[in-house]
Design a protein around this ligand. Structure first.
Ligand SMILES: *Cc1c(COP(=O)(O)O)cnc(C)c1O
Length: 200
């Protein structure tokens, strides 16, 4: 479980770490780096929000997993910065399964050609897929979204690429994580369910 700590002060995060949380997620680079500066290497840091290429350099040394890889220009930048920092960066491909409102994430049929390009890069690793379900109470829409990501990961696995694991399916948030887990999620990103409503 990734505890989503966006907008929360570090005191709240420390409290959660004391209670056994090990992984935290943020969706803005500035906030992530501010918290890294204070919390050091205590939690593992997940970048779960849209990532601008020109900001990769700020997180390259400390980020544990980037969930929002969604274009080749970003993959190139992560690879380049990884090389400069002598790190191999772990990433998930963000996929827009529902093809609704969400502005980010690549289309399903772009994923395999994308993986084949990224496999040629030395300092970036793809560990799995991530999706954000549409904001709806409609269980069938949620189920279809999550099973769609699961099926896609199985199609990728069937390609039997060497050096590609596809171990992680990051899907499910406060309102839908039970359904996501039933449909094959093994990494959920929960904020409100742990910390209560955010004050923006
Ligand atoms: C905010 C956020 C979450 C957590 O949302 P909650 O509804 O508070 O659990 C999960 N994933 C992403 C990408 C987010 O931006």
């Amino acid at each position: 479980m990734v505890a989503v700590t966006k907008t929360l002060p570090v005191e709240r995060i420390v409290e959660a770490l004391d209670l056994g949380i090990t992984d935290i997620g943020e969706n803005k680079v500035q906030e992530l780096t501010d918290k890294m500066a204070i919390l050091g290497d205590r939690p593992r840091y997940h970048m779960i929000g849209h990532l601008q290429s020109n900001k990769v350099k700020y997180i390259v040394d400390n980020v544990h997993l980037i969930h929002s890889l969604d274009r080749i220009s970003l993959a190139n930048e992560i690879d380049k910065r990884g090389k400069a920092s002598n790190r191999i960066l772990d990433t998930l491909i963000q996929v827009n399964i529902s093809q609704e409102d969400s502005k980010f994430g690549m289309m399903e049929d772009e994923v395999i050609p994308f993986i084949e390009k990224v496999l040629k890069m030395e300092n970036i690793n793809i560990k799995g897929l991530m999706t954000i379900a549409p904001f709806t109470e409609d269980e069938s829409v949620l189920r279809n979204t999550f099973s769609g990501l699961y099926d896609l990961s199985e199609r990728v696995k069937a390609q039997k690429y060497k050096e590609l694991s596809m171990d992680i399916l990051s899907m499910g948030m406060t309102n839908d994580f039970e359904i996501a887990i039933e449909e094959g999620s093994n990494m959920i990103r929960v904020g409100t369910g742990i910390f209560g409503k955010r004050n923006y």
